[in-house]
Design a protein around this ligand. Structure first.
Ligand code: CU
Length: 141
C-alpha cells in the first residue's frame, strides 16, 4: 500500500515539475576558444522565460571548472570591469541575453584547456526549483 501511495504521489508531482521546466529555455549557448594558459572562460547564452512568473538564475555549476559565477561586464572610467551578480532575474515572458561585453557566466578555474569543437556541460539552477542541463560548444575565437 505504501508503494502504491508513493507511485500516486510521484505521478501527481510530475506535471508540475515538467511545466515549470518548460517555462524556461536556454538557447544559443557557446564559449570562445581561449589560449591554453587561460584559467577562466566566459559562457554566453540566452535564457527565455515563457512562463507567467518571474524566475531567477541562482547558481551555475560545471564539471569543467572549479566554480561558476554570473558576471556583468561594464565600462568604468574607460576600463572594462566585471561585476559579480548573486542572481539573475528573468521577468515573465522576457528573454535575457548573455553576450560579449555584457552579461556572461564566468567559469573560474578551468580543470583543463578547452579547444574549439569540444562541448562542456553546465547545470543552471533556478529559483523555481528547475535545474537545466546545458551543453556549451567551444567555438573558434
Ligand atoms: Cu566574467
Amino acid at each position: 500500500m505504501k508503494i502504491f501511495k508513493t507511485i500516486i504521489f510521484t505521478i501527481s508531482m510530475l506535471p508540475i515539475v515538467s511545466l515549470a521546466q518548460m517555462n524556461i529555455r536556454v538557447e544559443d549557448a557557446y564559449s570562445r576558444e581561449m589560449p591554453p594558459t587561460a584559467s577562466n572562460i566566459a559562457v554566453y547564452l540566452t535564457i527565455k522565460n515563457v512562463g507567467s512568473h518571474g524566475v531567477s538564475l541562482e547558481s551555475v555549476i560545471s564539471e569543467a571548472a572549479e566554480s561558476a559565477m554570473i558576471h556583468r561586464s561594464a565600462m568604468e572610467n574607460g576600463m572594462m570591469s566585471m561585476e559579480h551578480l548573486p542572481e539573475l532575474y528573468i521577468a515573465p515572458r522576457e528573454n535575457v541575453r548573455l553576450e560579449p561585453s555584457g552579461l556572461h557566466i564566468m567559469l573560474v578555474g578551468l580543470k583543463q584547456s578547452l579547444r574549439a569543437g569540444e562541448i562542456i556541460r553546465m547545470n543552471l539552477s533556478f529559483s523555481n526549483g528547475v535545474v537545466l542541463r546545458v551543453d556549451v560548444p567551444i567555438v573558434k575565437n
